[in-house]
Design a protein around this ligand. Structure first.
Ligand SMILES: N[C@@H](CCC(=O)N[C@@H](CS)C(=O)NCC(=O)O)C(=O)O
Ligand SMILES: [Fe+2]
Length: 358
């Protein structure tokens, strides 16, 4: 069974695709975005997957890839087109190469024109293809920089993409209106630049008159992507909090596990956001925890010490996750949620004050 997720970076309108074999857990990520490395790593971790490869459809001009960051973080390998001109990848891909993940695989079609090194990745069953910026939904990538060529793009799209089965779903690298997917049949009939009866000459004329401004980040993005997204001057990854071994959840919260909390109780403030009767109820509470029911946290936050990190706790870790948001809004930088709340704390055998014995 295939696992498939379409992720978006709203800043650059870039789509990132996660594909994995549900049985083996082997995963690949197409076109990950630098600023989303933490999010993508969290999703991969939470789904129990192993990231084998990051694949680039091309050297992007508008955002930096997360390929290098993910290789550092997760040990994935980097693959992209031989003709991309990028250095530092683990594998350079050419027409008809196949990259497997578990029982699935993606085959490579060279689709130059937006850039010379653009690739389209086609799933084994030809039910889905990832077209990068060669073919967008009712559009296509521009051809006015990075060795672009409108003639080359016209031919590549017609020979390599529109020859796929009519019901093959096409997933682009960008959509600036939030449209997520199209199909070969639709684009063959309805693409206003490349579909219907439009000729190569019609297309070239169209592309010469797009009149688009250059992408805002082109001067940073292209050099960085030619090094597979390796940080350099002017390009630093978001720093992770270093006051404790926190993990970031795909839901967007920083979490901490019970063992570390138990060992560092005297260095932190534990803020329990349950109701009074729960705090004194059968689950008990953590030694030294300060009771501030969630509804009062906003107004009482100013009374918390600013010199010690805060760990929030509740019954199961839900309300306390929201508590981290409230505290961050109130200006606290070092805040984390106790994953699993008192239920997990007790299940792990950590001590409580009050409460009923098991
Ligand atoms: N406003 C965007 C422009 C992005 C852009 O030019 N995107 C390229 C793909 S890298 C493109 O081909 N766009 C096609 C279009 O906008 O029609 C930015 O500054 O990043
Ligand atoms: Fe592009």
């Amino acid at each position: 069974m295939l696992l498939f997720r379409q992720l978006v970076d709203l800043e650059s309108s870039t789509y990132t695709y996660l594909l994995a074999d549900r049985q083996t857990g082997d995963a690949v990520l197409i076109d990950p975005v630098f600023e989303q490395a933490r999010r993508d790593a969290a999703l991969i971790h939470e789904l129990g997957l192993t990231l084998r490869w990051t694949l680039e459809t091309h050297v992007h001009a508008d955002h930096v890839t997360a390929a290098w960051l993910l290789r550092e973080r997760l040990g994935s390998r980097i693959a992209l087109g031989t003709r991309s001109g990028a250095r530092g990848a683990d594998l350079y891909l050419n027409q008809d190469d196949r990259l497997g993940f578990g029982a699935h695989g993606l085959s490579v079609r060279e689709t130059p024109g937006h850039t010379a090194g653009c690739l389209t990745y086609v799933l084994d069953d030809r039910g889905r293809a990832f077209t990068g910026d060669a073919l967008l939904v009712r559009g296509c990538g521009r051809t006015d920089f990075q060795s672009g060529s409108a003639s080359a793009l016209y031919r590549a799209v017609h020979r390599q993409i529109l020859t796929l089965p009519d019901d093959c779903l096409l997933y682009p690298a960008h959509d600036y209106r939030g449209i997520t997917v199209t199909s070969v049949a639709e684009e063959k009939a309805l693409n206003p630049r490349l579909g219907g009866n439009l000729s190569e000459q019609d297309f070239v004329g169209y592309m010469q008159n797009l009149g688009l401004p250059h992408p805002k980040k082109i001067d940073v993005a292209v050099p960085a992507n030619l090094a597979c997204g390796r940080p350099s001057s002017g390009l630093a990854p978001q720093a992770d909090p270093d006051w404790a071994p926190l993990s970031f959840s795909f839901a967007g919260f920083w979490e901490i596990d019970g063992r570390w909390v138990e060992e560092h109780l005297s260095d932190i403030q534990v803020v329990d956001v349950r109701e009074c009767e729960e705090f004194d109820g059968p689950l008990g509470h953590i030694r030294g925890a300060l009771l501030v029911p969630l509804a009062q946290l906003g107004e009482r936050a100013t009374g918390l010490a600013a010199d010690r990190p805060i760990v929030t706790v509740c019954r199961a870790g839900g309300r306390s996750a929201q508590a981290t948001v409230i505290l961050q809004r109130s200006g606290f930088g070092r805040v984390a949620n106790l994953a699993g709340g008192m239920l997990r704390w007790r299940a792990q055998g950590f001590p409580v004050e009050g409460g009923a014995s098991e």
